[in-house]
Ligand binder design. Structure first.
Ligand code: GLC
Length: 743
């Protein structure tokens, strides 16, 4: 079946888009309009589906969970040649951190503090996804997460709205390009709107209770940044937000998203979320659910068919005016017109293989992985390791796991092809003996429904005997080695959706094995593969070198070896604090002061059974070189409300090798309409410096950095108050200046 390959759509003016949309709308029946609001779940592993029948009568506007170019073309042919108005379908899938070439998970990309790298990564992901025939990805995930028990922390940019907003805009640019329509880009989707990361107890899907100021000052900024970057779609979250489900939440979807932010795209629900409004105890039945969701501003029903089943009746009885239907249909048609789908609905089935073979794709993945890694400890400069090592033991079941290396949220049908850490080290030390011992297995206590969609083949739980044998075998390998590299952490299915956990300790017997290996007295390096912060208290005191490698993607093993052996210098910083215990959650640096702050005479420790401070703070990360940050200057001791203060500081590489530093700027407003956090990130820049080199970093502090939404006054404002500011290499920065905002 020969199809025209997908070329870019010519850029179309808003007026052209509008007139084409109106022309289409005028010829559509109500049934077809409702079809455009329906996204069909089509998964190849579900037998007996007949999507052609639905598409032929114009009953669907989009298809998700399908990942097959040939099938895309077949279904598209039905839509554009046989349906009443010949409207092409939008094919959608979760391309979160790579399609075939897998990039570090988003939490890792945030740890790079390098929006340009994140943008480039999602550009490659878009190129591969579009070459496969996909038009729309359900990414970026923009949920701020301050509770590492929540499994989906892996999919976002961590705890901070300023870093999260920078990564949001970079990902939208990467996926969509400068404007929708290029043949190697896809429509992005800002999700999950909003507040999903604050679910009670870190338990996925559980209700969320957030004040308006927390929503507006912490959880909204990445979403608003996505709108400013031109994101084409939004996805509403599953859970109740302050007792109103996000998918039926008019305040979120109409007042904020469209009313305040001027969002012009369309909103899709999360999977089955419209129908779920009944389950959530919000809607009486499907008809009520359809009424509430569409009235609240939810344009497209993902996979629940609730709109398809009930909207016709609601319109015919006069409960929903056709204007509401038309308004939603317009937003969907506009995206299809801008994407050029009417001119080029099909995909060349040979294109993907060509695109995936581009060498720069894996090069970009390896580079992104190198930049995302965070050096947490390096006592005695154990790292970088020498390439003259002759006998090395690599221990830990994750060391040779392709899925653990690529991480969670792989697209349907993806076959992990990652270079594992073991393979990366063997490639780097080709003349050495690199012995591998997996040690005891680790696995979830409770399986996840998602495990049935891929990942490692299901294994029976390891017997106690086999676990002990593996434990002892690992010690034998360690005894034979000059140096031991322990690869510990979590499997890919231990974070992600439906993967929350109550503890943040290393799962299974990993820490026990680590202690036994360290007790042998050999040099030990710990490499962490994980999708969330872990409370590695013992390791932090007893293992000389610790590298946080996250879930680094297809080239992860090479990138880990590059860092361990000095072919790349670690420069990443933590986008979320590492706590001492899961019971300390939620934990975040930008907290308000109290009447008894740390260091005050009356200071009372927040827990009497241990330190409340993070094991590793937000923004923390070491390098193989050292840096000094000096010469902090501000353009004036005071600045008028609405004006901009310029801040400069010098960063110098005071070590002997080139390296990267992330210079960070934090502010504190000392008093105001509301209490303000003791520190807030309001600027960062990652710079590469040669030994002895100095660069001056410049930051601008204006209304968007100094203003906030006030609970007391109920609006955005900028107080005329005194401020502290610090510039440094993490959230504990000490280089200080002060200034005042005046009227
Ligand atoms: C899932 C996720 C969402 C994803 C959607 C479609 O349940 O919550 O992030 O995009 O369904 O796969």
């Amino acid at each position: 079946m020969a199809f025209k390959t997908n070329k870019g759509a010519t850029a179309q003016s808003d007026a052209e888009v509008t007139s084409r949309v109106e022309a289409l709308l005028s010829q559509m029946s109500l049934a077809e309009k409702i079809g455009q609001l329906t996204q069909l779940g089509v998964a190849e592993f579900v037998p007996g589906q007949k999507p052609e029948e639905v598409i032929r009568r114009g009953g669907a506007g989009s298809v998700l969970w399908l990942n097959n170019t040939k099938r895309f073309n077949e279904l598209q042919k039905v839509a554009v040649e046989e349906s009443p108005s010949k409207i092409p379908l939008l094919f959608a899938l979760d391309v979160i951190h790579g399609y075939r070439t897998v990039f570090p998970v988003p939490l890792a990309m945030a740890a790079s503090w390098d929006p340009a790298v994140t943008e480039r990564s999602q550009t490659v992901a878009a190129r591969e996804a579009r070459a496969a025939g996909l038009h729309w990805t359900f990414a970026p995930m923009l949920d701020i997460a301050r509770d590492a028990r929540w499994g989906r922390i892996v999919e976002g940019a961590g705890e901070d709205p300023y870093l999260g907003a920078a990564m949001a805009a970079a990902q939208v640019r990467g996926f969509q390009g400068k404007q929708l329509g290029a043949s190697d880009r896809v429509v992005a989707c800002a999700k999950h709107f909003a507040g999903y990361g604050a679910s009670d107890g870190g338990r996925d899907y559980d209700p969320v209770y957030l004040s308006e100021s927390q929503l507006r000052n912490v959880y909204f900024p990445p979403f608003e940044a996505a709108v400013k970057a031109g994101v084409g779609t939004f996805m509403s979250a599953y859970m109740d937000l302050n007792d109103v489900p996000a998918s039926g939440n008019r305040w979120l979807l109409r007042d904020i998203l469209r009313g305040e932010w001027g969002f012009q795209g369309f909103v899709v629900s999360d999977a089955f979320a419209v129908g779920n409004l009944v389950m959530q105890g919000h809607a009486r039945d499907g008809r009520d659910a359809a009424f509430r969701a569409l009235s609240a501003g939810l344009d497209m029903d993902m996979a629940s068919n609730t709109y398809a089943d009930h909207l016709t009746g609601l319109v015919e009885e006069g409960s929903i005016p056709t204007e509401i239907i038309d308004a939603s249909v317009r937003t969907i048609l506009a995206i299809k017109v801008r994407m050029g789908l009417f001119e080029n609905p099909y995909t060349d089935e040979g294109l993907l293989a060509e695109v995936v073979a581009l060498p720069e794709h894996r090069q970009e993945s390896r580079f992104a992985a190198q930049r995302s890694m965070v050096l947490l400890r390096n006592e005695g400069h154990l790292l970088p390791l020498s390439k003259t090592l002759k006998q090395v033991a690599v221990i830990g079941t994750l060391a040779d796991s392709k899925t653990a290396t690529e991480g969670s949220w792989m697209v349907f049908g993806h076959v992990p092809a990652a270079v594992t850490v073991l393979e990366g080290i063997r490639a780097k030390l080709s003349n050495a003996t690199v012995e591998y011992a997996p040690g005891p297995e680790i696995q979830r206590d409770i399986a996840s429904w998602f495990d049935s969609f891929g990942g490692d083949p299901k294994k029976e739980p390891q017997t106690v005997e086999d676990s002990e044998a593996a434990f002892q075998a690992a010690l034998v390998a360690a005894r034979r080695a000059e140096l031991v590299i322990m690869v510990l952490g979590e499997h890919a299915n231990m974070s992600g959706e439906a993967a929350s956990r109550a503890s943040l300790d290393l799962p299974g017997r990993q820490e026990e094995l680590l202690k036994a290996v360290v007790a042998l007295g050999k040099p030990v390096v710990l490499v962490l593969l994980n999708g969330r912060p872990l409370s590695i208290n013992w390791a932090a005191q007893n293992v000389p070198a610790i590298l946080e490698a996250w879930e680094p993607g297809t080239e992860g093993g090479h990138a880990v070896a590059d860092i361990l052996f000095g072919d790349a210098v670690p420069g990443g910083k933590l986008p979320v604090a590492f706590p001492r215990s899961g019971s300390h959650m939620p934990l975040y640096y930008s907290r308000n002061l109290t009447h008894s702050p740390e260091g005050s005479p009356m200071y009372n420790p927040r827990y009497w059974d241990g330190l409340p401070t993070p094991l590793y703070p937000f923004g923390y990360g070491l390098s193989y070189t050292t840096f000094s940050i000096t010469n902090l200057n501000i353009s004036a001791p005071q600045v008028k409300v609405g004006d901009v203060l310029t801040v400069t500081a010098d960063v110098t590489n005071t070590g002997t090798v080139a390296g990267d530093e992330v210079v960070q700027l934090y502010i504190h407003q000392r008093a105001g309409s509301d209490s303000r956090p003791m520190r807030l990130l309001k600027g960062f820049e990652r710079v590469t410096l040669q030994p002895g080199e100095t660069k001056t970093i410049t930051f601008q502090l204006g209304p968007s950095e100094l203003g906030y939404w006030s609970t007391n006054v109920g609006q955005w404002l900028q107080d005329a108050e005194a401020f502290d500011l610090w510039v440094g290499s993490d959230s504990l920065a000490t280089l200080h200046a002060e200034f005042a905002v005046v009227r």
